[in-house]
Design a binder for this molecule. Structure first.
Ligand code: ARG
Length: 464
C-alpha cells in the first residue's frame, strides 16, 4: 500500500479523508460554543497580559496580541468571522484567526501553559454568570408582578382546593403568594449558585496547574471573577456549576408548571376565574369558539425539557474518570437550551399574569356553604366543645343539608339545635366567607392582615 493511501475499510467506501467527516461533525462544538466568542477573546487577553509578568510575552508582543484579538472580536461582532474547516471549537477558531491576523510566531505563544480544558471552563463560567444576572432579573420581575396583583386583588375570595376538591375559602392573593413563596426560594438558590459559577478556572492548564507562575488573582480581577477554583484538577474536570444552574432551572420550571396547571384549570369555562389576554392564547384551526391557554401549556411543557437537560447532563458526567474528558463538551447544549428556555419562560409567565383578567364574581359563585363546615365545627369549639365531637356534629349538619337538598346556610336554627343544643341562635353567622378568611389571621393564613404580612416580607426580600 502506498504511503498516503487509506486502508480499505470493511464497512464501506464512503470515507475519503484521514478523519471520518462524520467524526469531524460529531466532534465539533463551534456551532454551539461560538456564542462564547467574546468571553474567549477577553479570557485570552487577560491570559496574555498575565503572561507578560511571567516573561513568556514581551509587553510589545502582548500589545500585538491584544490588538489582533480586538480585530477578531470585531469580525464576530459584525458577523464577518469566517470559520475554517479545521475549526473544531471557538478556542481553535479564535487562535487560528489570530495567527492569520498577526502571524503565527507571536500568536503561537499565547497558548503557553494554557489548555482548552481551563479555557472552555472559563468561557462557560463567564457566559453563564452574565446570563444568570438576566435570569435573576426576570425572576424578580415575575415576583413583582405577583406582588402587584396580590396587593391590587386582595379583596377577591375564592375556593382553595386539596385533591382538587373544594376545601376552604381563601383570598386569591393568598394563592398568588403561595407561588411567590416557592419562587422566592428559587431566587435564593439562584443567588447562591451565581457565586459558585463566578470562580476562575483559568491558569490551571490541562490538569496539573501552570508551570510559569501565572498570576491567577490578577486574571480573576481583570475578568470579574470573585475567586479562584483552588484545585487544577477540579477546575478542568468540573461541570457542577452547569448542573447547579440546570437544577435551579428545573426547580423554577417545576413551580412554573404547577402554577400554569392551576391557571389552566382556573381559566377553563367551568371555573372562569381568570382569562388570559389574547396575546398569550391561540385559537383552534377547526373549532371557532376555542381560546387556548397556550402560554401556560408551553410553560408546563418546556419545564419538562429543562428537567430533561438536567437529568441528561448528570447522567453524562456521573461516571467519567477524573478531570477533563470529552464527555464534558455535552454540557454546552443543555446549558444553552435551558438558559434560553428559562429566560423566555420567566418573561412569558410574568406577562401572562400581568395581563390576565380576574373574575372575582366567578370565584365567589364557586364558593358554597359546605366549604364552611370546618368553620361550623370551630364555632362549637369556641363554645367549649372538643373538636372531635364538633367535627362529627358539623358532619351531621352537612348530611342533613344534603338530605333536605338545601345549603347549610338555609337550614333553620331550630334544625341546628335539634341536632345539638349547643348550637346557639347566632349559628348562621358562620356562613359568611369573609368572616371565614378573616379568622385565619395567624401568620401564614389567608386573612387580610396575614396576607399583607406575606406581601411585606416578599417586597422586602425583593428590594434587598
Ligand atoms: N470544545 C471542548 C469542550 O467544550 C474544549 C475542550 C477540548 N479539550 C480537549 N482536550 N480536547 O469541552
Amino acid at each position: 500500500m502506498a504511503k498516503n493511501e487509506q486502508p480499505i475499510r470493511l464497512w464501506g467506501g464512503r470515507f475519503t479523508g484521514v478523519t471520518d467527516p462524520l467524526m469531524d461533525q460529531y466532534n465539533e462544538s463551534l456551532s454551539m460554543d461560538r456564542v462564547f466568542y467574546a468571553q474567549d477573546i477577553k479570557g485570552s487577553i487577560a491570559y496574555a497580559r498575565a503572561n507578560v509578568k511571567t516573561g513568556i510575552l514581551t509587553q510589545e508582543e502582548f500589545e500585538i496580541i491584544e490588538k489582533g484579538l480586538g480585530e477578531v472580536m470585531k469580525e464576530w461582532e459584525q458577523g464577518k468571522f469566517e470559520p475554517a474547516p479545521g475549526d473544531e471549537d471557538i478556542h481553535t477558531a479564535n487562535e487560528r484567526r489570530l495567527g492569520e491576523v498577526i502571524g503565527t510566531h507571536i500568536a503561537g505563544k499565547l497558548h503557553t501553559g494554557r489548555s482548552r480544558n481551563d479555557q472552555v471552563a472559563t468561557d462557560m463560567r463567564m457566559w453563564l454568570r452574565d446570563e444568570l444576572i438576566l435570569i435573576e432579573e426576570y425572576l424578580v420581575d415575575l415576583l413583582k408582578v405577583i406582588a402587584q396583583r396580590a396587593e391590587q386583588d386582595i379583596d377577591y375570595i375564592m375556593p382553595s382546593y386539596t385533591h382538587l376538591q373544594r376545601a376552604q375559602p381563601i383570598r386569591w392573593s393568598h394563592w398568588l403568594l403561595s407561588y411567590a413563596t416557592a419562587f422566592q426560594s428559587d431566587l435564593e438558590r439562584l443567588r447562591f449558585t451565581k457565586k459558585n459559577v463566578n470562580k476562575l478556572p483559568l491558569g490551571c492548564g490541562a490538569v496539573a496547574g501552570n508551570a510559569f507562575g501565572i498570576d491567577r488573582v490578577q486574571m480573576a480581577k481583570e475578568l470579574g471573577f470573585e475567586g479562584l477554583i483552588m484545585n487544577s484538577m477540579s477546575a478542568v474536570g468540573d461541570r457542577d456549576f452547569v448542573v447547579e444552574v440546570l437544577q435551579c432551572a428545573s426547580s423554577i420550571g417545576s413551580h412554573l408548571s404547577r402554577w400554569s396547571e392551576d391557571l389552566i384549570i382556573y381559566s377553563s369555562l367551568e371555573f372562569g376565574y381568570v382569562k388570559l389576554a389574547d396575546a398569550y392564547t391561540t385559537g383552534s384551526s377547526l373549532m371557532p369558539q376555542k381560546k387556548n391557554s397556550d402560554s401556560l401549556e408551553l410553560l408546563r411543557g418546556k419545564s419538562g425539557r429543562m428537567f430533561g437537560a438536567m437529568a441528561g447532563l448528570m447522567m453524562s458526567i456521573k461516571g467519567i474518570p477524573s478531570t477533563y474528558n470529552k464527555d464534558l463538551q455535552e454540557s454546552v447544549q443543555p446549558m444553552l437550551d435551558t438558559v434560553k428556555t428559562l429566560k423566555d419562560s420567566l418573561q412569558i409567565a410574568a406577562r401572562s399574569l400581568a395581563t390576565a383578567t380576574v373574575y372575582p364574581e366567578k370565584m365567589r359563585a364557586a364558593l358554597s356553604p359546605d366549604m364552611l363546615a370546618t368553620d361550623l365545627a370551630e364555632y362549637l369549639v369556641r363554645k367549649g366543645v372538643p373538636f372531635r365531637e364538633t367535627h362529627h356534629l358539623a358532619g351531621r349538619m352537612v348530611a342533613l343539608a344534603e338530605d333536605e337538598n338545601k345549603g347549610m346556610n338555609e337550614l333553620t336554627v331550630k334544625q341546628y339545635q335539634s341536632v345539638d343544643k349547643r348550637f346557639g341562635d347566632d349559628v348562621l353567622s358562620v356562613f359568611d366567607y369573609e368572616r371565614s378568611v378573616e379568622l385565619k389571621s395567624t401568620t401564614g393564613g389567608t386573612s387580610r392582615s396575614a396576607v399583607l404580612e406575606q406581601l411585606e416580607a416578599l417586597k422586602k426580600s425583593l428590594s434587598g
